[in-house]
Design a binder for this molecule. Sequence first.
Ligand SMILES: NC(=O)c1ccc[n+]([C@@H]2O[C@H](COP(=O)([O-])OP(=O)(O)OC[C@H]3O[C@@H](n4cnc5c(N)ncnc54)[C@H](O)[C@@H]3O)[C@@H](O)[C@H]2O)c1
Length: 309
Amino acid sequence: MKSVVTGGAGFIGSHLVDRLVDAGDDVLVIDDLSSGKEINVPSGARLEEMDIGDDRLGSVLDSFGPARVFHAAAQISVSVSAREPMTDAKTNVIGTLNVLEAIRNASGEQAKFVFVSTGGAMYGEPEQLPAAEALPASPGSPYGASKHTVEIYLPVYERLFGLNHTTLRLANVYGPRQDPHGEAGVVAIFSRAMLAGRDVTIFGDGKDERDYVYVGDVVEALVLAAESNEGGPYNVGTGIGTNVNDLFGVLAELCDYGQPAIYGPPRAGDIGKISLDSALLSRDMGWRPETGLVDGLATTVSWFRANPD
Ligand SMILES: NC(=O)c1ccc[n+]([C@@H]2O[C@H](COP(=O)([O-])OP(=O)(O)OC[C@H]3O[C@@H](n4cnc5c(N)ncnc54)[C@H](O)[C@@H]3O)[C@@H](O)[C@H]2O)c1
């Protein structure tokens, strides 16, 4: 099976590429290496260093002829999106449309499109948690708005051009190779700082809650989504909210870190509590998270220990 993974040199994308290569897929990675790294791409996959907004994307995709396109390339920082909404939209909206146009205009059979969206930045701060897909989208940042914009385009492409697509709304993903700048960058930031014996700052009172889902479980959801004929969107999370103070405690133990946390002012735009209900994904595709938080964090810390900066 031929698969394209945009953003395949990044954190989540590269774990997916590993999985697809192991399964015998012929994989083409499209990544501009803005935050991804060449070393993340396994030797069994081919890397095309290219912006997803590039005019040549269509011909690259057409000559490869993928059966499916996993779209993980994105501007991923909520705070960058708040500072520079145009930069965010250029990649996350216009760049994504360029990928969709490349699929639509391909000469062979149209590829299946799997869209990597966000659950953590999609629902605002709902009163009832965990949040289910039936809740209205209420993004609190340009990043969430750009992901939601693409979600609105997808059924339009389906109606007009027959695009087969599935959207996954990911919670806060963590695991080995994580870049410290993403939505769940806190695990990477804390682990790196603790292992180096540096101070660790918690912004706010540490009572903010996030739904931390292990990258291996997310990869399974992506593979299942590629086989689905449902558009979604589907949440991908554990349904469990973990606060920053508790996360600090678990990581401190795993890293043998004895210093107390330093508390700083809360950051603008950070939401209080979010966790995602994945019952729909479980019902339609049989997905459930297999890796518990402590086990997943232990694997992640071991990786950071073996791969210092
Ligand atoms: N990490 C999370 O917790 C999380 C949560 C929800 C959604 N997501 C989504 O998952 C996807 C992957 O995120 P990640 O955490 O692996 O981040 P990442 O930064 O490690 O991966 C993104 C990849 O996209 C590439 N990229 C960025 N802009 C590009 C462009 N214009 N053209 C080509 N390549 C480009 C980067 O070089 C990088 O390799 C993103 O779409 C992100 O929005 C992540």
